[in-house]
Design a protein around this ligand. Structure first.
Ligand code: ADP
Ligand code: GN1
Ligand code: MG
Length: 378
C-alpha cells in the first residue's frame, strides 16, 4: 500500500479514527494511510486483520463544499451500486466490479463526525490500479468498453430520477458566467499572466455550449451517466489490465452519454497527463481515440442514436473545454475548489486542456471520419 501523503490530513485522520468505531467492520485495525490522487474528497485506506486474513477498506470524507447534500449523494450511490450488482449476478469477481458500501452500525451508509463531516466506507478493490494516461490502444479500448457497459447497466434503473448532486455540473453557460465574474474581479491579480488562455476560452464560448443546448433542446436524450469518467476513476486489474470497476460515483446523475465519452476522450486519447507542465509532447492521439471509441461503441451501440454519434468528436472537445474553463476559473478565484500541489497547478491543468483542443482541431477531419466508419460497423 503506497502512502501518497495528502498534506494536512492529520486532524481528518483523528476524525476518521473516531468514525471508524461506528462502521460495521470486524477484526483488528492495523493502520490507516491517506490514499489516491482525487481532487475533491479526502480518501484513506485502512488495513485490518480479520481472523488472520489481511484486508483493506477505503474511507472518504465527502467534500461538503462541493456536495452540499451528502445524504442524496449516498442515496444515489446505493441505488446505482445495488442495481449494477444485480446485473452482475453470477459474474466472477463481482465484488471487484462494483463498489460495495459498508453500512454504519445504525444501518446508514455514512457516519457523521464531531465536526459535522460525512464519512463513508467501501470495500477496497484489491489488486487494481488507476492510471493517468493510457499505455496502449488495447487499454484504451477496455476503458471505453467499461464506460459503455456502465451506462448500459444503468439504462433501466427505474424509480425516481436520481438526485442532481451538483446542479448544473456540466452546464457550460453557468460555468462561463462564473468565469466572467472571476475575470472581472481578478481578485488575485492573476489574469495578466494568462491572457492567451483567457482569449482562447472567450473565443470558444458559443461553440462550447453545443452539448448542453442539445440536451436542453432534447436532440440528445437524457441518460444516467457517471459525469466524471476521467481515466483514474476507472480501476484496472493489476494482472490482466481489464477495466474492472468504475469508482467515484458522487456525480452519477442524469446527463448525456456524451459527457462520459467526452471525458474519456480528453483523458485517454491524449499523450500527456492532465497536469503536465511540459506540453512539448502534448496532443490528441488518433490511435488511442480510435480504440477508445471502438471499445465504447461495442457496448453503447445497444442504445446510442445517430444524434449521439454525430457529436462524438465535439464531446471530447467540449469536455476538455469545460475543464479548461473550470481550472482557469479556480486559478483566478485563488485555487479553492480543486486540490492543488503547487503554485500554478490549475493554470497548468488549463493549459494542457487547451493544448489538447488545439491538437484535436488540427486532426478534426480524420477523427470525424474514424467515428463515421466505426459507427457504421457498430
Ligand atoms: P475524488 O472524488 O477525490 O476523486 P475518488 O473516489 O476518485 O475521490 O477516490 C480517490 C482515489 O482513491 C481513486 O482515484 C482511487 O485511486 C482510490 N480509491 C477510491 N475508492 C477505492 C476503492 N474502493 N478501492 C480502491 N481504490 C479506491
Ligand atoms: C474532479 O473527483 P475527481 O478528482 O475524480 C472533478 C471533475 C473534473 C476532474 C478533473 C466533483 O474529479 O469534474 O473533471 O476533477 N470532480 C468534481 O481532473 O468536480
Ligand atoms: Mg476521482
Amino acid at each position: 500500500m503506497t502512502d501518497l501523503g495528502n498534506s494536512g490530513s492529520k486532524s481528518k485522520l483523528c476524525l476518521l479514527k473516531e468514525a471508524l468505531d461506528h462502521f460495521s467492520i470486524y477484526g483488528d485495525r492495523e493502520g490507516i494511510v491517506p490514499f489516491g490522487k482525487g481532487y475533491i474528497n479526502d480518501t484513506f485506506v485502512s488495513t485490518w486483520n480479520q481472523g488472520g486474513t489481511r484486508l483493506h477498506y477505503t474511507h472518504q470524507r465527502i467534500n461538503q463544499h462541493v456536495f452540499t447534500r451528502p445524504d442524496e449523494v449516498m442515496e444515489n450511490i446505493l441505488r446505482v451500486t445495488s442495481h449494477i450488482r444485480t446485473k452482475l449476478e453470477g459474474a466472477a469477481d463481482r465484488s471487484r466490479r462494483v463498489l460495495t458500501v459498508i453500512p454504519a452500525a445504525d444501518g446508514k451508509p455514512y457516519v457523521r463526525d464531531a465536526e459535522g463531516g460525512w464519512w463513508r466506507s467501501y470495500c477496497f478493490i484489491e489488486h487494481a490500479r488507476g492510471g493517468d494516461t493510457a499505455s496502449s490502444p488495447g487499454e484504451a479500448a477496455l476503458l471505453g468498453k467499461s464506460v459503455g457497459r456502465f451506462q448500459n447497466q444503468l439504462s433501466d434503473i427505474g424509480g425516481d430520477r436520481l438526485h442532481e448532486t451538483i446542479p448544473g455540473f456540466h452546464n457550460m453557460e453557468t460555468r462561463y458566467t462564473r468565469f466572467h465574474e472571476a475575470l472581472q474581479r481578478d481578485k488575485h491579480g492573476r489574469a495578466g499572466g494568462c491572457r492567451g488562455e483567457i482569449d482562447f476560452l472567450l473565443k470558444n464560448e458559443e461553440r462550447g455550449g453545443l452539448l448542453i443546448r442539445s440536451l436542453w433542446e432534447r436532440s440528445l436524450p437524457e441518460r444516467i451517466c457517471h459525469n466524471d469518467t476521467k481515466m483514474n476513476n476507472i480501476l484496472l486489474d493489476e494482472s490482466t489490465g481489464e477495466a474492472l470497476c468504475i469508482i467515484d460515483l458522487d456525480t452519477v446523475m442524469p446527463g448525456t452519454s456524451l459527457f462520459d465519452l467526452g471525458d474519456l476522450i480528453r483523458t485517454v486519447a491524449t499523450r500527456v497527463r492532465e497536469d503536465e507542465q511540459d506540453l512539448s509532447g502534448a496532443g490528441f492521439d488518433m490511435a488511442l481515440f480510435r480504440s477508445l471509441a471502438e471499445g465504447y461503441f461495442s457496448e453503447a451501440r445497444h442504445f446510442l442514436i445517430p444524434e449521439e454519434y454525430a457529436l462524438v468528436c465535439e464531446s471530447g472537445r467540449s469536455m476538455a473545454q469545460i475543464m479548461a474553463l473550470r481550472f482557469l476559473t479556480d486559478y483566478l478565484e485563488g485555487d479553492h475548489y480543486y486540490r492543488t500541489e503547487r503554485p500554478g497547478h490549475n493554470l497548468d491543468r488549463c493549459r494542457s486542456q487547451i493544448a489538447l483542443i488545439r491538437s484535436m482541431d488540427s486532426q478534426w477531419a480524420a477523427a470525424e471520419k474514424t467515428v463515421k466508419e466505426l459507427a457504421q460497423r457498430a
